[in-house]
Design a protein around this ligand. Structure first.
Ligand SMILES: NC(=O)c1ccc[n+]([C@@H]2O[C@H](COP(=O)([O-])OP(=O)(O)OC[C@H]3O[C@@H](n4cnc5c(N)ncnc54)[C@H](OP(=O)(O)O)[C@@H]3O)[C@@H](O)[C@H]2O)c1
Length: 306
């Protein structure tokens, strides 16, 4: 699969990452088939979190892939920490270190390629995060560090203390959830689209070479279902279907190609657990939508040109 630089590192990663949040809905045998297909498609970048399935997702992944030193060399593992589910967000040194040790054990590996702080902790003390990252990198447990769901000021505050560069910011982004893109077209206007809800995170990440990893690339709202083939989005689906027909690909491929067409060089994270749907996602890496096609989809999603 086509690769991109992860952040400012020079580390080449597939342009599409494979998320494991939803792995619990399939069996271990199905997970094995899914992972094998992913590797066949060149999709060897896997996104996890310590809290997915309360740890079961990482465990199931390691079992299903048959983790061994040889297997480990062929894959890129990203996981996240910082959520104590239903209790608190926790970026304390102690929690970060403990969480990583748990992930390493469940993933049956001795290093994680990329560790993300999952969601902002309102009580974050950046000096503690810096200490934790230093220890993890020094021990060879984590190679690169990033964040998720953070705005530019949160990243700047963190980066003031953390020595390692923040290489990625995982953010919700899809055609129907594209506020960070839309906002750029409504600067200083009085309409709702002009409201800056994220501190200009898209341009900030581009400026600082932080890879944005769109999560839920096919969902509308928060996990409300996919917009594809959904009667709630007739114009959008008609446009996507029309373009899909032109390229002889599925609507899934076109929706993914729309994200990949953006010059920020996003690395979307898929959520499907079906090999055939993942294949359609991966196919998007071979397609470059024209400027007019990109804007036609943008408008069909209900956006306007000022
Ligand atoms: N950082 C964060 O805060 C955060 C939050 C949420 C997710 N994530 C990460 O992002 C990954 C992706 O999130 P997501 O699962 O919400 O992504 P998604 O790819 O937008 O959604 C996947 C879900 O949509 C279903 N689906 C139905 N029709 C589809 C179609 N035509 N094309 C594609 N999918 C279709 C899939 O079902 P099938 O399995 O049947 O295909 C699957 O259940 C997660 O696995 C996780 O790694 C991160």
């Amino acid at each position: 699969m086509r690769t991109i630089n992860l952040g400012q590192t020079g580390f080449q990663v597939p342009v599409i990452a494979v998320g494991f949040w939803r792995v619990e809905k399939i069996s271990k045998a199905e997970a094995g088939t899914f992972i094998k297909s992913a590797l066949d498609y060149g999709a060897n970048f896997f996104d996890h979190a310590d809290v997915y399935g309360g740890g079961l997702a990482e465990e199931m992944f390691a079992e299903a892939i048959g983790m061994s030193p040889l297997v480990r060399e062929k894959i890129i593992l990203q996981t996240k920490c910082g959520i104590r589910m239903g209790e608190a967000f926790d970026f304390s040194r102690e929690h970060i270190l403990k969480s990583v040790d748990g992930s390493l054990k469940r993933l049956k590996t001795d290093y994680i390629d990329v560790l993300l702080l999952h969601r902002p902790d309102l009580l974050m003390e950046p000096e503690e995060v810096a200490e934790a990252f230093g220890i993890l990198q020094g021990a060879g447990k984590v190679r690169y560090f990033g964040v998720s769901n953070q705005n530019p000021m949160q990243i700047r505050l963190l980066q003031k203390y953390v020595k390692q560069p923040i290489v990625a910011n995982q953010l919700q982004l899809s055609i129907t959830q594209a506020g960070m893109i839309r906002q750029g077209l409504h600067v200083n206007t009085t309409d709702d689209a002009g409201v800056d809800r994220d501190g200009g995170v898209l341009d900030f990440c581009r400026f600082h070479d932080i890879t944005i990893q769109p999560w839920s690339p096919f969902q509308y709202g928060f996990n409300q279902g996919t917009f594809l083939g959904n009667a709630k989005f007739p114009e959008l689906n008609a446009k996507i279907d029309e373009i899909a027909k032109k390229y002889s690909v599925s609507n899934t491929t076109i929706a993914m190609a729309w994200l990949l067409r953006h010059p920020a060089r996003f690395q979307p994270v898929t959520g499907t657990m079906k090999p055939e749907r993942l294949r359609d996602c991966v196919k998007a890496a071979e397609i470059t939508l024209t400027r007019d096609e990109w804007y036609a989809i943008y408008l069909a999603a209900g956006n306007v040109l000022p």
